[in-house]
Design a binder for this molecule. Sequence first.
Ligand SMILES: [Zn+2]
Length: 92
Amino acid sequence: MLKPKKIPQRQCVGCRTMKNKRDLIRVVKSPEGEISLDFVGKKPGRGAYLCPDGACLARARKTKALERAFETAIPAEIYEALLAQMEAANGT
Ligand SMILES: [Zn+2]
């Protein structure tokens, strides 16, 4: 019998669904308080995860889920960078 491989699961802050960590986009708040996108999943700091889906991003923005996760304001550029990243990931 095959043993299922354990893949780390993280919750999307938009739709609140648990997904494989590697299928999500990581947003990270550095120890200096700077918000950025983490493409390699290794940046230091507190992370939050989002599906590569514009609907999840829109929901997270509306509910201020990222603001709450990081306890700070999220600059508009971060939302724009996330959206651009999602569009690139979806090939549109
Ligand atoms: Zn989601």
